[in-house]
Design a protein around this ligand. Structure first.
Ligand SMILES: C[S@@+](CC[C@H](N)C(=O)[O-])C[C@H]1O[C@@H](n2cnc3c(N)ncnc32)[C@H](O)[C@@H]1O
Length: 264
């Protein structure tokens, strides 16, 4: 599968072309480039960092080792947000054109871009501490003609963004260094440490996001974020005092998306 993907990448073609042209031989240059890609993969580099692409929410995104490779599970975060925005304020208090959303730790920009695409009238902000990640996120926004829709901020979580948000969304780092040996070697070796690990237990970044989101949200606004099963109980504890707290599972029945509403 990887060999096939890397071959389509080398030839700049799709799978259908490979199957339609079994007789096609590689030129010397193509062979050298294909061999280099295979060698990278053999040393564990994720295929997405070799090809520079990953699909998310039907969009082809650029990725580099500066950003986490967007995961299919994170699409559950988008579904949760869209489910909430559909009913937001009963469509009265907050019609979509006034909805203000911020994506904390945007990485490749996948969440901000998907929401910009789905909510054409919303005002969308995206933050990250990594300038290299923001560069990729901006490139992705431009690639999908969404650059005017998203305001990017290089900052720590929500610092400097002020208040008045209807929705804070995030896929924060949530793996604990104590569980590093359960994380795939490829992830540990090649994905940005700052994107994966939160601190010793995994809850450290979320523990800072929650009170900051409380300040940034309007009364009745929503916080939606990705979690893992390991931290689900700690997350519930940290969300004490919020309304309508819920955690929904992913397709593997692992607790994956937490949501909570700032009391009105
Ligand atoms: C798990 S990745 C998620 C990236 C992207 N949102 C996604 O879903 O694929 C977490 C992101 O948070 C960023 N990050 C880590 N600590 C941060 C902080 N204190 N403030 C802002 N961003 C932070 C990392 O640089 C990384 O891009």
């Amino acid at each position: 599968m990887n060999a096939e993907l890397l071959l389509t990448f080398t030839l700049g073609c799709d799978r259908a072309y490979l199957y339609a042209h079994p007789e096609r031989e590689l030129t010397a240059d193509e062979f050298t480039r294909y061999e280099a890609a295979l060698n990278e993969r053999a040393r564990g580099v994720p295929a997405q960092y070799i090809t520079g692409h990953q699909e998310f929410w039907g969009m082809d995104l650029i990725v580099s080792p500066a950003v986490l490779i967007p995961r299919p599970e994170t699409e559950h975060v988008i579904e949760a947000v869209l489910g909430l925005t559909r009913n937001f304020g009963g469509g009265q208090e907050c019609p979509p054109h006034t909805m203000r959303i911020v994506d904390v730790g945007t990485g490749s920009g996948c969440i901000a871009l998907a929401l910009a695409k789905e909510l054409p009238l919303a005002e969308i902000h995206a933050t990250d501490v990594s300038s290299a990640a923001l560069e990729i996120a901006r490139a992705n926004a431009a690639r999908h003609q969404l650059e005017k829709r998203i305001q990017f901020h290089e900052t720590d979580l929500l610092k400097g963004l002020g208040g008045g948000f209807d929705l804070v969304v995030s896929n924060p780092p949530y793996v604990g260094e104590s569980e590093a040996d359960q994380v795939q070697l490829e992830v540990r070796k090649f994905e940005p440490r700052n994107a994966v690990f939160a601190g010793p237990t995994g809850i450290e970044v979320i523990a800072r996001v929650i009170p900051q989101a409380l300040m940034a949200l309007k009364p009745g606004g929503w916080l939606v974020f990705e979690i893992s099963g390991t931290i689900a109980n700690s997350v519930r504890e940290l969300l004490r005092g919020w309304d309508e707290v819920g955690i929904t599972p992913d397709l593997q029945s692992i607790p994956r998306v937490a949501r909570a509403r700032k009391p009105a």
